[in-house]
Design a protein around this ligand. Structure first.
Ligand code: A2P
Length: 274
C-alpha cells in the first residue's frame, strides 16, 4: 500500500486508501489510528460523514508525520457555490486540524437545469484553493460523463480524481473509460459493495484458488482495473487483511469473469435522472 498512482499534476497518491464512510465517531479514532499503524497512508473522509474531527484525532494519536499522509475530504452538496465552498473548506480544515489538504472532492454533481452552472462555480473555488496551495490536488466524485464533460470544457484546472462506486457487480465502464482516457484517476468507493458482494459464490470460488479472502480478491481486482480502492473497516484483522493484496495476481481470464458478474451490491445512490 505504499505503491502509488501518479496524478495528472505530477503528485503521487497511495494506491489503496482507508475509507471512513459509515464509520461513526465512536469507532473512527481507533480505526484510523489502527489503519495508520497497519501501513495505510491515505485516509478518505468527507464532511458529510460527520467524522472529520475523529479522523483528525486518530491521525494525531498515530503519531505519524503529516507529510507522510495523504488526506482527502469532500465538499457536501449543501455547500456548493463559490463563496459557500470556500467557507465549507475552511470548516473542514478546522475539523481536520490541517493547514493543507492533499485532495478535495466535490462529493456529488449538481444536476438539473442549473446543475452545470453550479458545478462550474463550485469548481472555480476549488481552483482558487488549489492555486493558493491550500489543496495539493482537486477532484470530483460521482460525476458521470454528462456531468464531467461540461465541467472540463470550462475548467482551467482539470480534475485529477473522480471517486465512483466501483466493485464487482457495479463497474460503470463508460465513466471509468472516460476518466482513464482523460488522465483522471478513478477511486473506487465501496470496493466490497459495502460488504454485500463478499458472499457471492463465484467470487468466493475464485478467491479460494488464490488462497485469498473474497475481500482481498475484490481489492486486487480494483487495482488490476487501475482504480484506487478505498476499503472501509472498523475491524482490526480486516484492516490488515485488506492491505495484503500485493502478493498475487488475478489472471486475465478471472479478471474478465469477475468484471462480467451480474449487477449486485449497488448502493442505489445514483439516481436515474443523473
Ligand atoms: P466492518 O467495518 O464491520 O469490518 P466497503 O469498503 O465496500 O464499503 O465495505 C465495507 C463493509 O465491508 C463493512 O461492513 C466492513 O465491515 C466489511 N468488510 C471490510 N473488510 C472486510 C473483510 N476483509 N472481510 C469481510 N468484511 C469486510
Amino acid at each position: 500500500i505504499t505503491d502509488t498512482y501518479r496524478l495528472s499534476n505530477g503528485k503521487t497518491i497511495p494506491c489503496v486508501g482507508f475509507g471512513t464512510w459509515q464509520t461513526p465517531n465512536e469507532t473512527a479514532v481507533e480505526s484510523v489510528k489502527n489503519a495508520i499503524k497497519c501501513g495505510y497512508r491515505h485516509i478518505d473522509t468527507a464532511s458529510q460523514y460527520g467524522n472529520e474531527k475523529s479522523v483528525a484525532q486518530g491521525i494525531k494519536e498515530s503519531g505519524i508525520n503529516r507529510k507522510d499522509l495523504f488526506i482527502t475530504t469532500k465538499l457536501w452538496n449543501d455547500d456548493r457555490g463559490y463563496d459557500s465552498t470556500l467557507k465549507a473548506f475552511d470548516k473542514s480544515m478546522k475539523e481536520l486540524n490541517l493547514d493543507y489538504l492533499d485532495l478535495y472532492l466535490m462529493h456529488w454533481p449538481a444536476v438539473g437545469k442549473d446543475g452545470d452552472k453550479i458545478n462550474h462555480e463550485t469548481w472555480k473555488a476549488f481552483e482558487k484553493l488549489y492555486k493558493e496551495g491550500r489543496i495539493k490536488s482537486i477532484g470530483i466524485s460521482n460525476f458521470l460523463v454528462h456531468h464531467i464533460q461540461p465541467l472540463i470544457d470550462k475548467a482551467e484546472v482539470k480534475p485529477m480524481v473522480n471517486q465512483l462506486e466501483f466493485h464487482p457487480g457495479y463497474t460503470q465502464p463508460e465513466i471509468v473509460q472516460f476518466c482513464h482516457k482523460n488522465d483522471i484517476v478513478v477511486e473506487a468507493w465501496s470496493p466490497l459493495g459495502s460488504g454485500s458482494v463478499l458472499k457471492n459464490p463465484k467470487l468466493t470460488e475464485i478467491a479460494k484458488k488464490y488462497n485469498k479472502s473474497t475481500a482481498q480478491l475484490c481489492i486486487r481486482w480494483c487495482l488490476q482495473n487501475k482504480t484506487l480502492p478505498l476499503p472501509k473497516s472498523v475491524t482490526p484483522e480486516r484492516i490488515i487483511a485488506n492491505t495484503q493484496v500485493f502478493d498475487f495476481n488475478i489472471s486475465d481470464e478471472d479478471m474478465k469473469i469477475i468484471t462480467q458478474l451480474p449487477k449486485m451490491g449497488f448502493s442505489g445512490l445514483y439516481p436515474d435522472e443523473n
